[in-house]
Write a protein that binds this ligand. Sequence first.
Ligand code: 3H9
Length: 700
Amino acid sequence: MTNTVSYKVIDGIAIISIDNPPVNVMDLQTRTLLIEAVNEFNADPGAAAAVLLCAGRTFISGADISEFDQLPFRDPWLPEVVQTIEDAGKPIVAAIHGAALGGGLEVAMGCHFRCAAGDARLGMPEVTLGLLPGASGTQRLPRLIGVRRALDMMLTGKPVTARDALEYGLIDCIIDEDLQQGAIGFARRILEHQQAGKRLSRVEMSSSDAGPGVFSEYRRWIEKNAAGFFAPEKIIQCVEAAVELPYHEALEVEAELFLQCLDSDHSRAQRYLFFAERETARVADVPKETPCRDINTVAIIGGGTMGCGIAMNFLQANIPVTMLEVDRSGLDKAMQTIRRNYADRVSKGRLDQARMDRCLELLQGSTEYDDISDADLVIEAVFENMSVKKQVFTRLDRVCKPGAILATNTSTLDINVIAGFTNRPGDVIGLHFFAPANVMPLLEIVRAGETAKDVIATAFKLAKTIRKIGVLVGVCFGFVGNRMFMPYVREAEYMMLEGIAAERIDRVACDWGMAMGPHAVTDLSGQDVFFKINDEWQQKPVDPAYFRICRVLYEQGRYGQKTGAGKYLYEGRKAIADPEVAELARVEAGKLGIQQRQISDDEILKRMLYAMINEGALILEEGIALRPGDIDVIFANGYGLPRYRGGPMFHADLVGPARVYEDICKFRQRYGDRYWTPAPLLQQLAEEGSTFLEWSGQRS
Ligand code: 3H9
């Protein structure tokens, strides 16, 4: 094993360099060697100051997250490393490039000074892992930049730029020249001026540093922005300790609360998603080295809400887009929609005018297919109807240059059939965006039977370019996300027929952490949309109760938010429970012979979640998703499932597949085989006492 920390002296300044690719995490070896290097520096009469820097693409990106599952921690643990640095008898300057995150920023705060390259980013992302900065970060950060800014950084997890860091006092200078040379120069200057720098553990704090009402203000912020998450409240408690207790006592509070976070299911779920999101691009027969096609121009067919949202992704990534519509008025409408969307973002301060102008300069419109013949990638986002898709793909096959990728944004239709409308099925792929397409981070990359490997590799690269998480899925009705979402809504509707109010079902889903309940979601997308999707589905269950309420609402013109009434009544966007819908459900249940009954909140939740999980197990067996983690990434990023739940398959593992199986068998007894036959994989895991994750690990 090569050493990850090196020590050398250049003209009286020690250079302590960390080289632990790919992102310089503080694993055991690095922690041990860093302490040794600091000791060597302390004992070295030939070095008056030291510069701590990193090789590769970034400064230290934090603690090694994979170690968090292997308790107890192995010494030296990170807080000790940070304290050893601070206790050095001579000044140490951190020289930051790339990202200094979490434990990385904590190490930098152990140093007496901090310099950064202009493009550096500094942050405390622990909260996104269900954790808190546990190597003295909750204590040192408020001492360095004040309570408010520290709470902002720790509660949002968002990194700040070098410029902001300088303004906050998080760093002492920005270095525009070569970082090592600049940091050595900086070290010489502090020696010359006999500056000692800050030893943050010795800075005293008191309640006046927080100011009145600050903590309750941030608690209100949590209620609004991070309700349900475990770690944010603990972060506040650590900072309260920072201002109320002596440093070392507050540090003990931090250590205790860090362990509580670490041991929570929330953090387990969030850490799991961290790795799962990085694994999605790993596809056995499409290795990393697979060549990608160049995508310099994109054409979008269809300027509806979806097409416009998709176009914006590419414009924001500086890729020129041609929007194709059938006629001038459709095109004008599409161009206006994009302009309005951008203007909206500018007015909310989320985008500056210059950026909006640049994006719009990259946008062109056309009504002629010949104008897109040179596009490297075409994404079709027209009506969900096979004969319309046929017209589009037949035209594309005629006009597009060889090698162009022909993508469809269909959410339910068979892409093998669509690919069959062309003479180049290898170039055809599904790129399934989620509404609003310019905001939602998920992209289902749908591999059809003949999709070429370089087309798949290009799709993953493209996903990164437009800042989405690409997940590879296979062809089936609804792919992964919508296929699993349908049983969830199916059960939610069926329970309405059994006499449970829509608002109660939604409340149970939201109490579990869903951003919206199933009925509110279908009202948002539209009962018409759900009706039509199911209507087009050739293999839908032959069951008069299936999406019955949706159908009746559709027939009554109650489409949801857009018509002011659906499963709820609407005042603007505000949903109001409608007793007429409960009555409608009762009448329909009577026609279907469905008994009204009491159902506990526990069963309401299980019926919805377990319907999804059972479908997920089928999806895994069929190879439609590669891993349980891929399914969970889809639900965390495209369906509003709270990250602290991990996802449906993670939830199944947490509850235990055996218990999920047992409940599904009980549902089968009551409701029959049609929907509640346990997936063979679920049954297998139940019998083996195993989990989806273990099953997946054995296969890879
Ligand atoms: C912490 O510090 C706690 C302390 O406060 C207290 C302790 C007591 N650990 O993202 P990439 C892997 S918590 C382990 O694709 P990029 C990653 O899985 C930590 N592994 O690169 C991937 O592996 P693979 C707080 C990690 O250039 C590879 O590195 N810090 C870690 O797109 C490349 O990653 C964070 O939360 C890690 N900490 O982005 C920062 N980080 O190739 C987490 C990465 O096998 N990291 N890996 O799939 C990041 O945000 C990004 O990795 C970074 C680079 C922005 C640095």
